[in-house]
Design a protein around this ligand. Sequence first.
Ligand SMILES: Cc1ncc(COP(=O)(O)O)c(C=O)c1O
Length: 488
Amino acid sequence: MGSPGERGVLVPAPDVPLDDSLPDALRRAAPPALPEMSQPHVLRHYLRLSQENLGVDLNIDVGQGTCTMKYSPKVNDQFVRDPKVAELHPLQDERTVQGVLEIMHRLEGLLREISGMARFSLQPGAGSAAIYANVSMIRAYFAARGEAGQRDEVITTIFSHPSNAACAKTAGYKVITLYPDADGYPDIEALKQAVGPRTAALFITNPEDTGLFNPRIEEFVRIVHDAGGLCAYDQANANGILGITRARDAGFDLCHFNLHKTFSTPHACGGPAAGACGVTEELAPYLPTPTVEFDGDRYHLDDDRPASIGKIRPFYGVVPNLVRAYAWIMSMGGAGLREAAEVAVLNNNYLMAKVLEIRGASVPYAAGRPRIEQVRYSWERLAEETGVHSEDLGLRTADFGTHYWTSHHPYVVPEPMTLEPTESYSKADLDEYAAILAEVAREAYEEPETVRTAPHRSTVHRTREDVLDDPATWAVTWRAYRRKVLQK
Ligand SMILES: Cc1ncc(COP(=O)(O)O)c(C=O)c1O
C-alpha cells in the first residue's frame, strides 16, 4: 500500500555513521521490507479495518449464543489502563504489588461466595483451560489415593459444552456421553448405567447449551458420589443463575466460571479471556500455583504447594480481566448480580416467544417450557420447505448489521441456531433482532437465492468452514502458513 520514500516519522540522521557503530555480523545485507507510509495512510487503514468489524460494541450481538456477549463496561477499562495497573511488571517484588494482589484475593472471595466453593484459582486463560485444570486436579486427587489407574472414565452430556469432553479426553480419560431423555434433560437412567468403579468424574454444564436447567442435578451428583467419583460443574452458563443457585449447594466438588462471559470481561477472540476454577477444601491442595494468600498483614503468592498440579500459565493469569471482573461484580453488588440473571432470563424467554412466531422456527425438547439464558433453536422446517440452511440465515443477518457465529458442535439439533440475549439488550433491541430474523425467514421463503448467497455487504464473503476442521490446513504463524498452505 505504501510508496517508496513515504514516511510516517522522520528519523534524524545519526551523528556517527552506522557503518562505524555496528559490527559487520549485526548489519543487514538489505533494508527490511517495511511499508513506507505516511501517518494519515496508516490511520485510515486501521480505521477502515475497524469499520469492517461486527461485535458486541457495534451491533446487537445476540447471534453468538453460548458466548454470553454482554456489554463490557468501558469504565472498567479505565481501571485497567490506570498506570497503577498497566505499568505493573509481573517480576516486581511482591511488596510493591500489594494492591493488585488484594484485588485478586478479593475477587477470589467473591467467586467463593457466588459458587459456595472453598478456594479458587484465577490462573486459567479461558473456560476450556479451567476445565483442563479441573480434570488435571481430579487426576492428581485419584493418583494421591492410589486410584488413578482404576478410575479412567469421565461422564459428560451431549449438550454440555464440548470442551468438557475434549479436556477429559486430552487428559487421558475415556469419555462417556449421555444423551437427553424425551424431555431434553440428560438421561438419569443412562447415568445410572454409566457410573461405576471406573468413574473418575462427571463434567456437566447446567443449564446446558440448549438453555435447559437440569432439575435433577443434585440426584446426578449423588449418583456419581455414591460410585466414588467427583463432580465438576461447568458454570460458564451461569449468567441466568447468578445469586439463584450455587455449585457447592448442589454438591459439586469443582466448578469453573468464564469471567469473559458471566462477569463481563472481553472474550478470547476479541481479547484475552479468563477462566476461574473453584474447588472444595479437600481439593484445594491440588489448585494450580501460585495461589494468592493473605497473612493478616500482607498478600503473597504461594508457590510452595507440593500437591499442586503446578503452573498452568505464565505469571498470575490474565490480570487485566481479573480487575475488570472485580470492578463489575463490585459495581453490581449481590442484588445486582441476581437482577442481571433475572433480566437475562426474561430477555431470553421474550426473544424465544418472538422467534417462535416466525415461520419455520422451532425449539426442540421440552416444548413450551421456559429456558434459562439461551436457546438452541432449529430451522429444520424452514430448511425442508425452502432448501435454505440455518447457516445461510445467520450469514444473511450480517447484512442487517448483526453478528452471527456458529457454536453448535456437536450438531445434534438439526439446522441449529443458538441465541443468547443476556441482560445487556433492551426490549427495542430484541424486537429489532427478532424483526431481522423474521425478514430473513421471509426472504428464505420468497427469494431463497438472496439468503443462500449471503452475506452481500461484508468484506469477506464466506469463509470455508471445512478447513477449520482440518488440522492439515492449520497454521499458527505466517511462516507455517507459507510452508503448509502456500507450499513456499
Ligand atoms: C458452557 C461453556 N463451557 C466452556 C466454554 C469454553 O470456554 P472458552 O471458550 O473460554 O474456552 C464455553 C465457551 O463459551 C461455554 O459456553
